[in-house]
Design a binder for this molecule. Structure first.
Ligand SMILES: Cc1cc2nc3c(=O)[nH]c(=O)nc-3n(C[C@H](O)[C@H](O)[C@H](O)COP(=O)(O)O)c2cc1C
Length: 389
């Protein structure tokens, strides 16, 4: 009795003590959303929720170098740690550690279809067992005071009718106390499609997410999947659909400069961002310090890892590909080992000569070039530019 009262009060607390509205979020992405990427994202979007990549429950509990896995700089709040796992007790232990590190929320991955997660019985497989997910979230909520949330798909394999996802949300919210769901708005197939195909092939069904909100008006739903056009993000959030917010993944990695414009538009602020030159130089200083003091898997952090968040900063911009190529090559040049700041400085100097005005724009704005200057670009590059502007 005592235990259930404690749980009831924790669950009530979990629903009351919520983080602010998650209007915009940068998705968890394995091998991308590390602390360097999130640090860099903050220059572009001061307001988005930032997610870690999925961290395995086992790694959180047992990894010797837990600090390099979980630590993050203060500027990253609100920051959410995503955990992959299926054992309620271990998930609760991992969530407790995550809370102690200062994360604002803990999120369970119920949407990853990779063979690794499938074989380990976590990720999207968990959508087959809503009761287990509810048991996990209940156990986690007993252990922590930060909100416990779930990221899932609209379905898995043949569990793909609207009633199935409705049922999943009902059980995980009613029995598991979860108040906020991030929905990647397509189903996935555990066999027959690669993780990449599972992000592109199954049809996007945003209307199902709207329907979930209608059916569960008290729950918070963040919509995710396929947002490549910044205008569409504000459109969908301006519609009268009650959504909590919108999460983007590939847009943030492939076209990060767009985030600056999206942030201003969604949060209706007119604070100028830094120019891209200023951002890169400031990030370069941070990266150099990390390289001198931090470790990655027990080794000095390589240039390639530290420059990864920056490589696409001029995507969709005049000759942005040249910046990417120059930076990537310099990062693996042996002569630059341990000198990430120099790599970044020289790369921005190089690109400044190609696109001096572009480097100086602020707020996600791009220089629109007359068509004759774009001659020599492959047609698909032109299409990307058209799309982004
Ligand atoms: C490289 C990559 C890694 C990903 N890793 C994760 C992950 O760790 N956890 C997760 O929930 N989703 C992961 N996803 C899925 C994204 O979070 C997101 O749901 C998906 O990319 C759809 O959003 P988008 O169309 O805006 O990219 C990953 C996606 C990509 C492209």
């Amino acid at each position: 009795m005592k235990q259930s009262l404690t749980l009831a009060s924790k669950m009530a607390q979990n629903s009351v003590k919520q983080t602010p509205r998650e209007l915009f979020a940068i998705a968890p992405m394995v091998d991308i959303s590390d602390r360097f990427f999130r640090y860099f994202m903050r220059y572009l979007t001061p307001n988005a929720f930032l997610y870690t990549e999925m961290l395995n429950e086992h790694a959180i509990i047992h990894k010797k170098d837990r600090y390099s896995l979980l630590s993050f700089s203060d500027n990253q709040h609100p920051v959410v740690c995503q955990i992959g796992g299926n054992n309620p007790e271990k998930m609760a232990t991992a969530a407790k550690i995550v809370e102690e590190y200062g994360y604002d929320e803990v999120n369970i991955n119920c949407g990853c279809p990779s063979s690794k997660t499938r074989d380990g019985c976590f990720g999207a497989v968990l959508m087959f067992d809503a009761k287990l997910v509810a048991e996990m979230t209940r156990t986690m909520m007993k252990a922590v005071n930060i909100p416990v949330t779930v990221k899932c798909r609209l379905g898995v394999d043949n569990l793909d009718k609207y009633e199935d996802v409705h049922n999943f949300i009902r059980i995980v919210s009613h029995e598991g106390g979860v108040q906020k769901f991030i929905i990647h708005a397509r189903k996935c197939l555990l066999n027959g499609l690669s993780p990449h195909e599972n992000r592109t092939v199954p049809e996007l069904k945003y209307d199902w997410v709207f329907r979930l909100k209608q059916d569960f008006p008290d729950l918070r739903f963040v919509i995710n999947g396929g947002f490549t056009d910044p205008a569409k993000i504000s459109d969908i959030l301006n519609e009268d659909n009650g959504l909590e917010g919108c999460m983007v993944g590939r847009l943030a990695y492939n076209f990060p400069w767009n985030l600056a414009a999206i942030d201003r538009q969604l949060f209706k602020h007119d604070k100028d961002t830094l120019t891209r030159e200023q951002i890169i130089l400031s990030y370069a200083e941070f990266a150099q310090k990390e390289q001198e003091t931090g470790l990655d898997r027990g080794e000095r952090i390589p240039n390639s890892l530290l420059v990864k968040p920056v490589i696409n900063i001029f995507s969709g911009e005049y000759e942005g590909g040249k910046f990417r190529k120059f930076l990537s090559e310099l990062a693996i040049d042996k002569g630059y080992k341990g000198q990430v700041e120099r790599v970044l400085r020289e790369s921005i100097e190089y690109y400044k000569n190609i696109n001096p005005e572009g480097v100086q724009t602020k707020n996600g704005e791009k220089i629109i070039r007359p068509i004759w200057q774009l001659q020599g670009y492959a047609k698909h590059k032109q299409a990307i530019i058209d799309n982004q502007e």
